[in-house]
Structure formats: structure tokens, C-alpha cells
Unconditional design. Structure first.
Length: 146
């Protein structure tokens, strides 16, 4: 079975609270084991912890984690969801072979370094869309839960 961790990069507390919460809820509902948020947010931690307590499961949330060290220490593959990546259908079989997947979901513009650190830069279509939608489609295709 695959272990999936989602890393939310660039969370801006004043602007992104709801969308980051939705990213976390989608990650939890569609099979990720945890979400890491680069920016510290006790409010989102509380919201997601409450959901896990009420609805069950093993999902974990950590916030305030620096991406560079976290990515360097990661032992599995890194998948960066980007509108500019390779179409998911072209790489999904390779990704499914992994046992540990780190999925990067950006909020603000990500550093160019992300494209080089990632094993796969993956597009869910090449049109502007929500990161929540991109994560949901990616996780559904990888876990085949729905």
C-alpha cells in the first residue's frame, strides 16, 4: 500500500485559510496519511484535528515545517502538481509503483527549485484550476478510492 503525504507550500494565513483547509480535507478523505503545511497555523491544525477526532482515521497534520530540509530528508518520490507539468495519464503508472509519495501543492508561486527537486512535475490539465481540484483528481487516480 502506498503512503501519501501532502505538502502545502506558501500558505498565506490571511488569504488562504479556507482553501488550505479544503486541501487538507481532500488529502484526508482521499487517502493521504498526512498533510504538512510550511506556514505555522494552529487554527488549521485545530480544525483538521477536530475532523479526525469526529470522523476517525489516522490522518496527521503538521504546520510550520521548512520545505527545503523536509524535501531533502524525504525517502520516497516527490510529485509536484503544476499546471506546467507532464499530463498525469502519461506518468501515472510510474508513480503508482512508489510506496512513499510526497505531493507538493502550492498556494503562491513556488520556487523554480521545486521543478528540479521533484521526481515528477504533473499537470491535471494545462488550464488554470484549483489546487483542491488538482489534488482530488491526483489522489483519486493514485488510490482508486472512489
Amino acid at each position: 500500500m502506498v503512503d501519501i503525504t501532502v505538502f502545502r507550500y506558501g500558505h498565506r494565513p490571511d488569504r488562504d485559510k479556507r482553501i488550505t483547509t479544503h486541501v487538507a480535507l481532500v488529502a484526508r478523505a482521499l487517502g493521504a496519511k498526512e498533510i504538512i503545511i510550511g506556514t505555522k497555523s494552529r487554527e488549521i491544525e485545530g480544525t483538521i484535528t477536530d475532523v479526525v477526532c469526529r470522523f476517525g482515521g489516522e490522518f496527521r497534520i503538521r504546520t510550520g515545517i521548512q520545505w527545503r530540509k523536509f524535501f531533502q530528508d524525504w525517502k520516497g518520490i516527490i510529485v509536484h502538481l503544476s499546471m506546467y507539468g507532464t499530463e498525469l495519464d502519461r506518468v501515472i503508472q510510474k508513480i503508482k509503483k512508489a510506496t512513499d509519495i510526497l505531493v507538493i501543492v502550492g498556494s503562491k508561486k513556488v520556487p523554480g527549485e521545486f521543478y528540479h527537486l521533484s521526481d515528477f512535475n504533473v499537470a491535471i490539465g494545462h488550464q488554470p484550476h484549483s489546487e483542491v481540484a488538482a489534488l482530488a483528481i491526483f489522489l483519486d487516480r493514485i488510490t482508486q478510492r472512489l
